[in-house]
Design a binder for this molecule. Structure first.
Ligand SMILES: Cc1ncc(COP(=O)(O)O)c(C=O)c1O
Length: 377
């Protein structure tokens, strides 16, 4: 168990923030790095071409790679999950009349792009739903078959917290020759990811939730066999010899090696990269296994504290860090607003309360959450 790390965050004592799945707070060290990067923009002569344009993005790429369990060369810097997923779609060509598998109520960034691709290639979307007491993994494994060309799914379902057995799903997809594309936005950094066992074609994570980073910088893993693929944009800085600013119009046909060709335009993102890098350094320092174990205990403690109020954790395959509490009948419709008025931040998805702590939470938060709920229910 990692003890509460509240001192590393700018969260007032009376605030009960249990909403990492919506927006992870940046640690103070990341905020300081971000402030310094804005100061630099006021004095542009201080930019260091090698350091700020090239070395800083490589440092954040290397840290992200450690979370994916990949080589830095397999990682691209992207502004959003949707951008990473669009890159994946650009490089996959489903056969006519095959199926792209998605989960019911999957996050829209991981759906619309597949609808487009299916339309373009005459494939179709197959939406996998699960029955009561069936795990997502059972439902997906039951749906993968000879018609499957792409499986596009998360590691953790954002709406119910169910975790998927990705090694098993990967193996089933591979047996059918289907591609595997993963959205790790609600899991990377909070749940271990076993790259060797899963080997996806592409995997993306937005950086502003469990990676505790700034908004608009995320990460895309592209498997080595996709690294000669097409990027969404023709970005000058990922071409060969881009380091030589004096000779940029000696146009180069070749790209920098690896997944770097998929980097977003202006990927050196001076106002984002240093802050993201600090956040990832902190996560690596804590260790993902340790974070996952600690958050699993915290969500269990929360479940115990609110059980007497009629809220239940009934997701059979719930990920340890991601608590979706079924609300008792008669819970007010404006429950989230009423809790927010008491300084308690959670989300509601359907008839469930989403409670997603991180290491800044402590026992006092759990007690205050239970007290707040008692007062408003
Ligand atoms: C599962 C999942 N994927 C992706 C995102 C964010 O997507 P994007 O970066 O495309 O805005 C969210 C945000 O809630 C999410 O829950």
């Amino acid at each position: 168990m990692i003890p509460s790390q509240r001192d590393l965050f700018d969260i007032p004592r009376e605030r009960v923030y249990l909403n990492t799945a919506y927006m992870g707070p940046m640690p103070k060290a990341a905020i300081a790095a971000g402030a310094e990067s804005y100061a630099l923009k006021g004095q542009p002569w201080r930019y260091d071409i090698q350091g700020d344009f090239f070395d800083a993005p490589e440092a954040v790429r290397a840290r992200a790679a450690r979370l994916f369990g990949s080589s830095p060369a397999d990682i691209a810097l992207v502004p959003a999950a949707s951008y990473g997923l669009a890159t994946a779609a650009r490089n996959l060509a489903p056969q006519r009349r095959t199926e792209i598998l998605v989960l019911e109520a999957q996050f829209p960034s991981n759906l619309y792009v597949w609808r487009e691709l299916a339309g373009q290639y005459g494939a179709r979307i197959r939406t996998v739903s699960r029955s009561a007491n069936q795990s997502w993994s059972e439902a997906v494994l039951g749906a993968i078959g000879p018609a499957t060309s792409i499986v596009a799914c998360p590691q953790v379902h954002w709406a119910d917290g169910g975790a998927l057995d990705l090694p098993a799903i990967s193996e089933a997809a591979r047996r059918q020759g289907a591609a595997l594309v993963l959205d790790l936005t609600q899991s990377l950094g909070a749940l271990p990811f076993d790259m060797a066992a899963i080997q996806p074609d592409f995997a993306v994570a937005a950086g502003y939730k469990w990676l505790l980073g700034p908004y608009t910088l995320g990460f895309l893993y592209a498997a080595p066999h996709h690294q000669t693929g097409e990027a969404l944009e023709e970005n000058w800085i990922v071409r060969e010899k881009a380091e030589d600013f004096a000779r940029l119009v000696d146009y180069a046909d070749g790209y920098a090696p690896g997944a770097k060709r998929f980097d977003m335009g202006e990927r050196s993102a001076f106002q984002l990269v240093p802050a993201a890098s600090e956040s990832l350094a902190q996560i690596l320092d804590w260790g993902v296994e340790e974070i996952a174990a600690t958050l699993a205990q915290r969500t269990q403690a929360i479940t115990r504290a609110v059980a007497p109020l009629g809220l239940a954790d009934d997701t059979p395959d719930r990920a340890g860090h991601y608590l979706m509490l079924a609300l008792p009948g008669g819970a007010p419709k404006d429950l989230v607003t009423r809790l927010a008025a008491r300084g308690i931040n959670v989300s509601q998805r359907g008839d469930r309360l989403r409670v997603t702590p991180h290491l800044f939470n402590d026992d006092a938060d759990i007690a205050a959450f239970a007290d707040g709920l008692r007062a408003v229910l």
